[in-house]
Design a protein around this ligand. Structure first.
Ligand code: PRP
Ligand code: URA
Length: 209
C-alpha cells in the first residue's frame, strides 16, 4: 500500500468498527461508535502535528513543554462527515470547522456540490477532511479540489471504511494527501456501495432511509 495511506490496526478501532457495521446497531449505537472511532483515529492522524517548545509555570517550577503550532481546520463532507466532527473538536478544541455539501447522484454516482464554507486563512492550516465512507472516491476528490482551489496546501483525509477503488482514485487525483482509513473493504457493488461496508452512512447516522 502507498505510504500516504494509513490503515488502522489498533485493537479498539477494529473492535468498534465491527460493532458499527452490525446491521442491528441502533441509530444511537451507530452515532456513538462513529464518534468513538473518529476520536481514536483523530489521535492517530494527528501524530505529526508540528510542535513548538513552550515553558509552563507549574505550582512547583517551570516545565519545558510543547504546544501545537499549526492551526487546524476540520472539514466534514455533508452529511455523514458531521458524525465525526465532535470527536475531532474534542481533541483539538481550537480547530475551526468548514463544511462542504456534496451528495452522490444516485444514477451517475458523480458528486454534486451544494455548499462550501471554509475558515479563513485556509492556506496556513492543517486541513482534516472527514467522511465515514470512501467508495468511488468521487466525493473526496471533489471536496479536496474545492479546498485546494481556496488555497489549502496541507490536507489529510479521514474515513472509517474505504473501498480499494476509492483509495486508488483518491491517491491518483491527490497524491499529496495523507489518507487515514479505519478499514479497507473488499469492493464496490454495481450501485457504488462498499461491500461488506456498513450500508448508507448518512442514513444510519441520522435515521433516514
Ligand atoms: C456518501 C458518503 C460519501 C460518499 C462516498 O454520501 O458519506 O460522502 O457517499 O461515495 P463516493 O466515494 O462514491 O463519492 P452521500 O452521497 O450518500 O450523501 P449523504 O452523506 O448526504 O448521505
Ligand atoms: N456511501 C455510503 O454511505 N455507503 C457506501 O457504501 C458507499 C457510499
Amino acid at each position: 500500500m502507498n505510504e500516504k495511506v494509513h490503515v488502522m490496526d489498533h485493537p479498539l478501532i477494529l473492535h468498534k468498527i465491527s460493532m458499527m457495521r452490525d446491521k442491528d446497531a441502533t441509530v444511537k449505537d451507530f452515532r456513538e461508535l462513529v464518534y468513538e472511532i473518529a476520536l481514536l483515529m483523530g489521535y492517530e492522524s494527528t501524530r505529526d502535528l508540528t510542535l513548538i517548545d513552550k515553558e509552563v509555570q507549574t505550582p512547583m517550577g517551570i516545565a519545558k513543554g510543547k504546544a501545537i503550532v499549526k492551526q487546524v481546520a476540520i472539514v466534514p463532507i455533508l452529511r455523514a462527515g458531521l458524525g465525526m466532527v465532535d470527536a475531532l473538536m474534542s481533541l483539538i478544541p481550537a480547530a475551526k470547522v468548514g463544511h462542504i455539501g456534496l451528495y452522490r447522484d444516485h444514477e451517475t454516482l458523480e458528486p454534486v456540490e451544494y455548499y462550501c464554507k471554509l475558515p479563513p486563512e485556509i492556506e496556513n492550516r492543517q486541513v482534516i477532511v472527514l467522511d465515514p465512507m470512501l467508495a468511488t472516491g468521487g466525493s473526496a476528490i471533489a471536496a479536496i479540489n474545492f479546498i485546494k482551489k481556496r488555497g489549502a496546501k496541507n490536507i489529510k483525509f479521514m474515513c472509517l471504511i474505504a473501498a480499494p477503488e476509492g483509495i486508488k482514485s483518491l491517491t491518483e487525483a491527490h497524491p499529496d494527501v495523507e489518507i487515514y482509513c479505519g478499514a479497507v473493504d473488499e469492493k464496490l457493488n454495481e450501485n457504488g456501495y462498499i461491500v461488506p461496508g456498513l450500508g448508507d452512512a448518512g442514513d444510519r447516522l441520522f435515521g433516514t432511509v
